[in-house]
Design a protein around this ligand. Sequence first.
Ligand code: NAI
Length: 455
Amino acid sequence: MDTFDLIVLGGGPTGYNAAERAGAAGLKTVVIEKRALGGVCLNEGCIPSKALLYSGKVYNYTKTCDHYGVHVTGSSIDQQAVVARKNKVVKTLVSGIGMSMKKYGVTVAEGEGMILGRTAEGFQVEVNGTVYTGRNLLICTGSAPVVPPIPGLREGLKDGFVMTNREVLDLEKIPEKLVVIGGGVIGLEMACYYSTVGSHVTVIEMLDHIAGPTDTEISGILMKNYQKLGIDFKLGCKVTAVKDGKVCYEENGKEMEAPADKVLCSIGRRAVTEGFGLEKLGVYVERGIKTDEQMRTNVAGVYAAGDVNGVSMLAHTAYREGEVAVNTILGKKDRMRYNAIPSVIYTNPEVGAVGETEASAKAKGLDVEVVKLPMAYSGRYLAENEGGNGIVKVVVDKKYHRVLGVHMIANYAAEIIYGAALMIETEMCIDNLKEIVFPHPTVCEVIREALFDVK
Ligand code: NAI
C-alpha cells in the first residue's frame, strides 16, 4: 500500500473534520475509527442530547402554552419514540460523514488502530491486520468519562443502575427518580430533559455552585429556574457510595441518602491516551497529549487535537485544532487560540458564554467594566418568553475599550454567542462595534443595547 500523507487516528469531530480538510487540500489521508464515524459528539454526546432536549422542549411547550393563549390537553411523552427519533438523526449525520469522506477522497479504515512504531517511510498503524504507513500522524482519540473510585459505582455501571453520557441517551423508560452526580454541562442538560419529562431529579455537586466556570450570577439564575421545575440541588456535597436504589452523600459532615431508580455519573472526562500504542513513539503525555500552538507533539510529524490534549473538551474547539494541525502539515501559517471559544449549555433556557467573566478578568488583573441588562430589553425575548428572567453581561476591557467576554442566559443564546466570539476574535473596539446593524426584533439586539451602555 502507498504511503499516506496523513493518518488520522480517531473519527470524531476532530478526526473527520481534519480528514475532510486534508483530503480537500490534496493530502492522501486515511481516517481510522473503531466504533462509528462522528465519535462521541455525533453518536453519544452533542447531537443525540440535542435531539432529546428538543423533544423535551416541545413537550414543555404543551405544558406552558396557556401563557400564550393556546390550550393543549392530554399531551404525553413517548420516550421510545423520542429515542427512535434521536437514533434517526444520528444515523443521518453519521452516513453524511461517510459520504463526505468519499467526496474528499479520504480512506476510511474501520477497526481499532494500533500504533506499531516508525520506519523510514513513516508512522505505522495497524487496523485489523492491515498496516497503514503515514508521513504524518494526527492523534484524536478523544476522551472517556471519569469514573472515580466511589464504592458501588463501577458495579452499578456494570449492572445498568449507573449510566454515563452514553446510556442516559438510550433510556427507553423515564426513571421515576434520577440522581445526577456532577452539576456540570452533561449533568445539567440531562437533568433538564428528564425533569421536563417527569423524573424527580436530584443533582449532587461537589462545588458550591453548578455549571463550573460559568458566570456565577448566570449559573445562579439557571439553578433557580431549575429549582422551580422541581430539581433538587445538593451543593457542596460529596458522594460516598452508590448502593442498590440510592446514592449516599455527605452534606455538612452528615451522611445523607438520595433514592434513585437510575444514576447518571457526569463528573468530567479524561483524555484517552492509552491502549493504542502511543508509548511506542515516545509522545509526551501529562493529563493529555502535550501540544504547542500548532498542535505539534514533542515527536516531529505527530500531532494531537481535540479532547485528547485535555485543553478544551469541546467539539468546536476540536474542529479548529484539527484544522490548525492540517494547515501546519500543509506548511500554512496558523495558530490555535483559545480566548474566543464559545461555550453553551443547551438547557431551557440556554446559557451561552464566550471570553472572560468578570471574575476571571479580575483574577488576571484586568481593569474591566461590566454592563448587565435584563433580556427583557429585547422585544422579541419579551414576546416569546413569558415570565423569563434572562440576562446578558458584557465584560469590557477599560484600557483598550474592547469586549473581553459576553455571558447570557436566554433561549437562542447558543445561536447568538458566535457573534460575541467574533467581537473578541477580531478585537474590534466598542465604537466600531456600535456601527454594526443588528436585525430587529431579535434576541441578539440586547448585546447591541449593552454596547451602548458602555461608558
Ligand atoms: P464537567 O466538567 O462539565 O462537570 C463535572 C462536574 O462534576 C463539575 O461541576 C465538578 O465539580 C463535579 N464533580 C466532580 N467530581 C464530583 C464528585 N465526586 N461528586 C460530585 N460532583 C463532582 O463534566 P461533564 O458534565 O461530565 O461533561 C464532560 C465534558 O463534556 C465537558 O468537558 C464538557 O465541556 C463536554 N460537554 C459539552 C457540552 C456542551 O458544550 N454543551 C455538552 C456535554 C458535554
